[in-house]
Design a protein around this ligand. Structure first.
Ligand SMILES: C=CC1=C(C)c2cc3[nH]c(cc4nc(cc5[nH]c(cc1n2)c(C)c5CCC(=O)O)C(CCC(=O)O)=C4C)c(C)c3C=C
Ligand SMILES: [Fe+2]
Length: 393
């Protein structure tokens, strides 16, 4: 009962019209977009997680932090050409996915919904309604689930769908995570194998998985499955490589921490220095939380971490490119969509991890209550504000 195939009911025949909604983060396209983009990001209660009682502070806090962080972020975006490549790459992925689905005889419209910049989720949802889609697959472009990425995007989508008579009845399948898919694992292994060949002695290079970090509290207090999924993902990629006779050493570290709290450890920058001190000479960096090139691959890894590694004594540096539109990867996404179609059901009756996590948060909120009062008082002090800007952002 997929496209082109009609559903017959007593009174009428309906043509199935499939939609695929790609969820992504979004990124500033010009340097002028950086501060408003950061505002949208920090205004998200899944990024800065205030206790419910303090939610009224979310927007002023987002304004403050975005203004303080903007100069540093702008430097990063300036270094990669003045803006994020995310919109362009995600549109290319959407088009490639549409073509892959067509080849598999499942014609579908593919939409892009960004969480913090254009095209925003509202725009994609407007198009879905306008096109009278009859069955929708939601596919986050994050292989592993985190409250801060897939969780946040799905939460706002559910809010929009719940309040709309057409959308609340639309059969929807949400692919929560897909890091364990064979096609994805094999595509990553292909890229790693290829890049290893560039080293003078490929078997001596350490495979260095660098994942985006999240604050420890997400995992320990709110039950974010991100760390477990990341570790399993690395295990599966290494298992695939071993089955092909590639037995290099590997390690996993977490990058891109922001703010004064504890993030998942070990930290990428610290591990690079340690490996240099231990005498590692060849290192292949593998970005693993995200499937497109973006500021954290192009600036943080290719510039900052490469510089740090070379300075620490690592002589041979390489970096695996993001999957972007690799054909085996896109074909696997198309398979994931096709496999998900039969499970589509109206959102009002579906249950997601974010709802389960929401319940855990209630206890967590209570614990954070007094800590946050203290943090807020400190933030109001001009001296502390200056220190926050200079030392933390
Ligand atoms: C402050 C908290 C943040 C959490 C938690 C976080 C999680 C997280 N993010 C990505 C992927 C991306 N992040 C990007 C940009 C970005 N993220 C944060 C903060 C958090 N991320 C900031 C402040 C920024 C802006 C850039 C900067 O100033 O450093 C992007 C967009 C990159 C682009 O090219 O524009 C991506 C992608 C993941 C996968 C993740 C948790 C698993
Ligand atoms: Fe991020």
């Amino acid at each position: 009962m997929y496209p082109g195939i009609s559903i017959e009911s007593e009174s009428h025949i309906t043509e199935e019209k499939i939609g695929v909604l790609l969820l992504n983060l979004g990124g500033p396209e010009t340097l002028n977009d950086v501060q408003p983009f950061l505002f949208n990001l920090f205004a998200d209660p899944d990024i800065i997680r205030l206790p419910r009682l303090f939610r009224f502070l979310q927007q002023p806090l987002a304004q403050l932090i975005s203004v303080l962080r903007a100069p540093k972020s702008k430097e990063g975006y300036a270094a990669i050409g003045g803006g994020s490549p995310l919109r362009k790459i995600t549109n290319e992925q959407a088009n490639a996915l549409r073509l892959a689905l067509k080849t598999k005889e499942v014609p579908a419209n593919v939409y892009v919904a960004m969480r913090y910049w254009y095209p925003f989720t509202e725009e994609a949802v407007r198009q879905i309604k306008r096109d009278r889609i009859t069955r929708l697959v939601v596919l986050p472009l994050y292989p592993q689930y985190s409250i801060s990425t897939t969780g946040s995007s799905v939460r706002i989508l559910q809010d929009m769908f719940r309040d709309d008579s057409y959308l609340s009845r639309l059969p929807v399948a949400i692919i929560q995570s897909w890091y364990q898919r064979e096609g994805y694992i094999k595509s990553m292994a292909d890229l790693i194998e290829k890049e290893l060949q560039i080293f003078p002695n490929p078997e001596e290079a350490m495979i260095f998985f660098s994942a985006h970090g999240v604050p420890v509290s997400y995992v320990e207090d709110a039950g974010d499955p991100y760390k477990d999924q990341m570790e399993e993902c690395i295990f599966l990629i290494m298992k695939e490589l071993k089955s092909r006779g590639t037995n290099n050493d590997h390690t996993l570290a977490y990058q891109s921490r922001v703010g004064p709290v504890q993030w998942l450890k070990p930290y990428t920058d610290e591990v690079l220095v340690e490996l240099g001190q231990k005498g590692v000479k060849s290192l292949l960096a593998v970005p693993v939380s995200f499937v497109s090139e973006h500021i954290e691959t192009l600036e943080e890894i290719d510039m900052e971490y490469k510089h740090l590694a070379l300075e620490s004594g690592i002589a041979n540096w390489g970096r695996v490119p993001a999957l972007n539109c690799s054909s085996s990867f896109i074909t696997d996404l198309a398979d994931a969509v096709i496999e998900a179609l039969p499970s589509a059901m109206a959102m009002s009756t579906s249950n997601t991890i974010s709802e389960e996590v929401e319940n855990d948060i209630v206890g967590y909120v209570a614990k954070l209550f007094f800590g946050s009062i203290l943090a807020f008082v400190l933030l109001l002090s001009p001296k502390m504000l200056l220190a926050f800007k200079n030392n933390v952002l």
